[in-house]
Write a protein that binds this ligand. Structure first.
Ligand SMILES: Cc1ncc(COP(=O)(O)O)c(C=O)c1O
Length: 287
């Protein structure tokens, strides 16, 4: 599909992407004052839609906004934009809207800007990725899925500049998450991941992987770990909606799990693919 063929939703209208225009006074543009969500879609069915919409509500509440649309209205927009049954991703963004002047304080009367698009999911590297550890330079409200991603961009670029695919963020000695992913390690037969709180995004994939592990009878633990425990782990994974579960096979230039994806990753990867298959084959709930 060329970009001209892409239909998007903007403020109540479905238009070709090239015709979707936002005011330069939009606070998303001026301040990064907004929230986003990314929802993977398999066989035309959004994965864990309710969880994504609840996280959207939480992010909006955290920046003193309410969802401009109800669940049914969101679903109706998604249904219009999802095309065919190939794997795709919904990107939705709500900004506080355009004010009539640039001022940090939140205007009393302002209409949010709502944007949604649906695009293909890129292929996922199943043979594992390289990652580096970096010092976390983000703010203290990492649980909010804010569009203000400058720190994440710089951290991810640091990884890319070093030939790696992800940066693993460390703050006060604790390993937190990736620049655009959650982190899990396998150690002593357990899957360990940092607990939810202000220092990580509550990942939907993270929760799904923990649920799948519990169903498989693999022990899980939500607790902090340090960089030494990370480096000594049997396996390291990063999880996210569009890249699922990626096995980290090299960290800071040293092989992890012998430089190939580990056996627990293979088990979870297979369970994750089964989960996607079941979603693709489930009777459609779409209107
Ligand atoms: C900082 C951060 N942590 C974690 C995640 C994973 O979240 P999810 O599994 O909901 O995609 C993301 C996804 O973009 C992210 O940006």
């Amino acid at each position: 599909m060329s970009s001209q063929d892409l239909q998007v939703y903007l403020n109540g209208r479905f238009v070709p992407v090239d015709e979707a225009k936002v005011s330069v006074l939009d606070r998303g543009f001026l301040f990064g004052d907004g929230i986003y969500e990314v929802i993977p879609v398999y066989g035309g069915q959004p994965l864990r839609l309710d969880e994504h919409l609840r996280r959207l509500d939480q992010s909006l509440a955290a920046i003193k906004m309410k969802s401009p649309l109800g669940d049914k209205e969101w679903s109706a927009i998604f249904d219009r934009l999802i095309s065919g049954t190939a794997d795709q991703q919904i990107y939705l963004q709500v900004t506080r809207g355009a004010a009539n002047k640039r001022d940090h304080s939140i205007p009393a009367e302002i209409t949010p800007t709502v944007f949604v698009m649906c695009t293909p999911i890129a292929p996922i590297p199943l043979d594992g990725i390289k990652a580096i550890t970096v010092s976390d330079i983000r703010w203290d409200r990492c649980n909010i899925k804010a569009i203000t991603l400058l720190a994440n961009i710089l951290l991810r670029q640091e990884a890319v500049d070093q030939g790696a695919a992800e940066a693993i963020l460390v703050r006060d000695g604790q390993v937190l998450e990736g620049a655009a992913s959650n982190i899990m390690i396998v150690s002593g037969g357990k899957i360990i991941t940092p607990p939810k709180g202000d220092t990580i995004l509550p990942g939907i994939t993270r929760d799904l992987v923990l649920d799948l592990a519990k169903n498989l009878g693999i022990p899980t633990e939500e607790r902090h770990f340090d960089i030494a425990e990370l480096k000594n782990a049997d396996e390291i994974w990063v999880t996210s909606s569009t890249r699922e579960i990626l096995s980290v096979i090299e960290l800071d230039g040293k092989f992890i799990s012998g430089g190939i994806p580990g056996k627990t990753w293979k088990t979870l990867q297979s369970a994750y693919q089964d989960y996607k298959r079941a979603l693709r084959e489930a009777p459609s709930t779409r209107t």
